[in-house]
Write a protein that binds this ligand. Sequence first.
Ligand code: IPD
Length: 273
Amino acid sequence: VEELERLCIRFAVEAGRFIRDERPPRMGVAATKSTETDVVTVMDRRSEELLHRLIQQARPDDGILGEEGADVAGSTGLTWVIDPIDGTVNYLYEVPAYAVSVAVVVGDARTEQGWAPVAGAVADPSLRLVHHAGRGTGARTRPEGDLDVAATALTVSGEDRLARTLLATGFGYAPEVRARQADVMRRVLPRVRDIRRIGSAALDLVRVAEGSVDAYAETGLNAWDLAAGWLIVEEAGGVVVGAQGRPGKELTVAAGPALVEQVRTLFTDGTPD
Ligand code: IPD
């Protein structure tokens, strides 16, 4: 696990530096995906190609599943689940809150069930930081430039009251999904301290892990949005759940143990997407 964690850190940092430092001067939208709001830039694709290459050099027999289409079966039972730019809309507008998320999972990440992260890293190129965890090894943050520098251990907030909860959330790209999410927000907003829409699910999860928000909840996430952050939250003492059991498309809720059930109830009371 420690070796896999080191590789996650190395790959996430390298791709993070690439998207920050090699950003073309007049970068536009390369394509749209599910809707006109769901954008891909040329750098999403190039970052995924870079990660693909790095992974295949170091671990040629592992599987790869990437947001921009990477899908390699592998033969080891381990799959690299990668988001080459999480927070693409922020990246497009130069809002400094985007990430590269790299995780290694056991099991088949193409399905909603039956996989679990064992190592992961989320690079935050704007802050030049990398957040990482291995199953059983704790969650840490370090500067991207010097991986020998002593890391800071991450711990979730101890908040236990919704009324004092700073809650991060995010929204999907489809109008009908957003309409349902807006209905949920009508119910949630009056009950919490405030809401943050940071724009990167991976960074939202990191923020829960470091206690700079108390909780995070969002519907519609894919494996690559949450695989690394899920492990980082758990290794920071937090809990990540879904509407019933594990997190996934239906719902992902992350918080400290004293808060997580309250947030889950808030989001499942009614019919959030
Ligand atoms: C998106 C971001 C956003 C979240 C969306 C994700 P992308 O990922 O994480 O914060 O609200 O659900 O799809 O498209 O920028 O990789």
